[in-house]
Design a binder for this molecule. Sequence first.
Ligand code: PEP
Length: 247
Amino acid sequence: MAPRKLAAGNWKMNGDLAALAEIDALVTAHPAPGCEVVICPPAMLLHPMKARAGAVIALGGQDCHANRSGAHTGDIAAGQLKDAGATYVILGHSERRADHGETDAMVAAKAAAAHAAGLTAIICVGETESQRDGDETLTVIASQLDGSIPEGATAANTVIAYEPVWAIGTGRTPTTDQIAEVHALMRERLAGKVQDAAQVRLLYGGSVKPGNAAEIFAVPDVDGALVGGASLKAIDFGPIIAALAAA
Ligand code: PEP
């Protein structure tokens, strides 16, 4: 059986209470049968968004701390995300790795904390442009996967997002062959680490738009997308969800 399709929206540091109207629009447009949708807004929007999203759209955080609580000013514990209505959390996004020096080991510790709190971790990996140009993509992805996935990861508590750093927010995307090559490597690599590797959802992320979604979702082993800019407006994210449901 193919893994359940997942369309995940990463709002990053965008959105406010007025933006909750986008969730109302998505709830009306969704559900697309067989396709799960999750929005990861800034943390302060989780609780009010939950009231609008109901059971139709799942919610996620964009990061969590590896500890359960304590003196970590500005950080959020996985349990607090869960308490606010999240069932997912994005971890190891390239912006976190670049802006906050997050290493694979830190991502793995955060993912273990997410699992302990009952959250599904969306673990991001991806090569930089110079790594792609240097023909290092597969080595980099294998190493990030090995280092970022904690013990105890399963298809139920872990999703992997392949996000080439150079494709995020740039309007550029890899070729479908390049996406297929990385997703095949990820599926194979997971087999050594996760019991039910065939069921782990593998997302592609990086400039997914309504105009390229169908082509990307036709790639083998692409079970959905992690979408940044085009997830902010229902008018863009809705067609992406529809393309995934139709794939
Ligand atoms: C992202 O930030 O995870 C992302 C994929 O962004 P965008 O869709 O805007 O490229």
